[in-house]
Design a binder for this molecule. Structure first.
Ligand code: FUL
Length: 484
């Protein structure tokens, strides 16, 4: 089934099952009914991409800085071998499905020939001022079949109107409009809440509702990222690590606007909220090097393949998406070491996940009954089909009789998130001779949960949902071996 059909079918089924309608007394607050949220089609597609590459590139690349002050001479921007196709090819080979570029960072230098300011590639010697990094970036993404995302820093240390809130908001909307109208479909628009310059300097009040409206109307297919969403939330740290408990829902009051800070905010972002009222899954951003921008002195400080795998398990494997930053050099190319590690990382992922030892298993489940509950669908390799416990059940189990005893050390579970994220506790057991032995126990599952366990050999595996807030639906139970 195509993704679109599935989601349409999903909503029809959800309606049929009354998932969105039913009031549950334990969830209904004093204000009345609580409806468990489900993803939009865009959020669902965004999550299934799993891996996106972040590209920090700009005047900082040439000044050896992390945060420019906005006073940089645009003539420093002059990559000698610029090639966005090289970025995209490496990303694709490593299994990434999207890239996000810093169209403008805090220094205010624009990587596209904007009409809003002279502080752009137009004032640089690169391609005699006729170049457009954003154009070459989106073209490269499309040529490699990758989603193209853009980061437009709200904080702008160059623009004189910054701090004069209405004027700067108009300026910012103009820039956003250029980016969202001149470069075809954009899959993700990335904002941060950085709002600098402090008490004696300029203080800007961003018009977030207007920013959101602009993106929605110009690029309805895009998701928006910030610590306050609205579509995708920051995971609360820059280490690329999601919470062991990781809900895709949030209580929007906990982080009312981008850049909001206060007690418990980071934790709320890290874990989400079991009873949150909006679907706002977490994105885990982190750099392959210590800095976000390229610094030659960090060329020997690139994450190893094992480290990248750990990141994958701690982000994608915890119901999040990994946004891994790989900064181009001042030549305009991804550095060799980084490229080598990424390619090897992609190969490792492909090898590990090539053989699912659960496929072909015979499956029984609690609640038996009609084919609609379809336990076999947890091993059919299709994350869009699922086993459902009977409607309204808050627990249940599936038991796999493997085609042959299998040796594995990774358990992969997926919920049918098109119907919401409900599971709060689960246990995975293996039949060890005469009894069931716990292989892993966890809290949330969501889109994907990967548990690394001590290697086990068993002919039977049981997954028990110990508690779910609403009908548990498992799309996948898969078993893999890392030392293949
Ligand atoms: C932050 C910025 O201040 C950093 O420089 C970097 O761009 C990071 C991804 O987001 O808000």
């Amino acid at each position: 089934m195509k993704r679109r059909d599935f989601l349409a079918a999903g909503s029809a089924l959800a309606l049929k099952l009354g998932v969105r309608r039913r009031n549950r007394s334990f969830d209904a607050g004093p204000q009345g009914a609580y409806t468990r949220p489900i993803p939009t089609r865009q959020q669902f597609a965004w999550q299934r991409d799993e891996l996106a590459m972040f590209i920090h590139f700009g005047v900082n690349t040439f000044m050896n800085r992390e945060w420019g002050d906005g006073k940089e001479d645009p003539r420093v921007f002059d990559p000698t071998r610029f090639d966005a196709r090289q970025w995209a090819r490496i990303a694709k080979a490593a299994g990434f499905r999207a890239m996000i570029l810093t169209a403008k960072h805090h220094d205010g230098f624009c990587l596209w020939p904007t009409a809003s300011t002279n502080h752009s590639v137009r004032s640089s010697p690169w391609r005699t001022g006729a170049g457009d990094v954003v154009r070459e970036f989106v073209d490269a993404c499309r040529a490699e079949g990758l989603g193209a995302g853009l980061y437009l820093s709200p904080w702008d240390r160059h623009e004189p109107s910054y701090g004069d809130s209405p004027r700067y908001n108009d300026f910012y909307i103009d820039q956003l409009t250029e980016l969202l109208t001149q470069y075809g479909p954009i899959t993700e628009v990335w904002f941060d809440g950085a709002n600098g310059e402090g008490p004696n300097g300029k203080r800007q009040l961003y018009d977030w509702p207007r920013i959101h409206r602009t993106v929605h109307s110009l690029q309805p297919g895009a998701v928006m990222f910030s610590d306050a969403g609205p579509d995708v939330r920051w995971i609360g740290n820059e280490r690329g690590i999601a919470g062991e408990t990781s809900w895709s829902m949030m209580d929007p009051e906990r982080v009312p606007y981008a850049g909001f800070d206060g007690p418990g905010v980071r934790d709320a972002l890290l874990r989400g909220d079991a009873r949150g009222t909006v679907w706002r899954p977490g994105e885990a951003d982190v750099s392959i090097r210590p800095g976000w921008f390229w610094h030659p002195e960090e060329d020997d400080n690139v994450r190893s393949v094992e480290n990248l795998l750990d990141l994958y398990f701690a982000s994608v494997g915890r119901n999040s998406k990994l946004l891994l930053n790989v900064p181009p050099t001042n030549a305009g190319l991804l550095p060799d070491t980084d490229a080598r590690h990424l390619t090897a990382f992609g190969e490792r992922l492909r090898t590990i996940f090539a053989t699912n030892y659960a496929s072909g298993a015979r499956v029984r489940a609690s609640g038996s009954g009609g084919t609609r509950l379809a336990p076999a669908q947890v091993v059919d390799g299709d994350p869009e089909t699922f086993w459902s416990a009977p409607t309204g059940a808050q627990s249940g189990w599936v038991e796999l009789e493997l085609a042959a005893p299998a040796t594995f050390d990774i358990v992969c579970l997926q919920e049918a998130i098109a119907h919401g994220q409900h599971i709060a506790n689960y246990r995975v057991e293996g039949w060890m001779g005469a009894r069931w032995t716990t292989l892993s126990w966890g809290t949330t599952i969501g889109y994907k949960k990967l548990d690394r366990i001590p290697q086990a050999t068993t002919p039977r595996v049981r997954v028990t949902v110990e508690f779910a807030y609403d009908t548990p639906r498992l799309a996948t139970v898969a078993l893999y071996r890392s030392n293949t």
